[in-house]
Design a protein around this ligand. Structure first.
Ligand SMILES: *[C@@H]1O[C@H](CO)[C@@H](O)[C@H](O)[C@H]1NC(C)=O
Length: 78
């Protein structure tokens, strides 16, 4: 029963490394709520609370989200 334990551990590492994405101010690193919400919508991902959930931002969606934040002169935290 080695494999299931390794799988659980790997899943835990992935889920704690980044659970959500935000657009951040390039200089202050402060989250920019309106950009996060707008870019989350553009990336067709789930906006929850004040951030965009990472599980809804895989592959192309994550690229769209990052591009959108960059277009708004912002960084992303994922
Ligand atoms: C980032 O923060 C600075 C200082 O508060 C502000 O002047 C600037 O407009 C902010 N940039 C964005 C993209 O929100």
């Amino acid at each position: 029963m080695q494999f299931p334990n390794i799988f659980v551990l790997a899943t835990a590492v992935f889920s704690t490394s980044a659970i959500a994405c935000k657009c951040l101010n390039t200089s202050t690193k402060a989250p920019i709520l309106e950009s996060t919400e707008a870019c989350c919508g553009i990336a067709k991902a789930n906006f929850v609370g004040d951030d965009c959930t990472i599980d809804s931002l895989q592959n192309n969606n994550l690229y769209d989200f990052r591009t959108c934040c960059a277009y708004r002169s912002a960084l992303t935290d994922c």
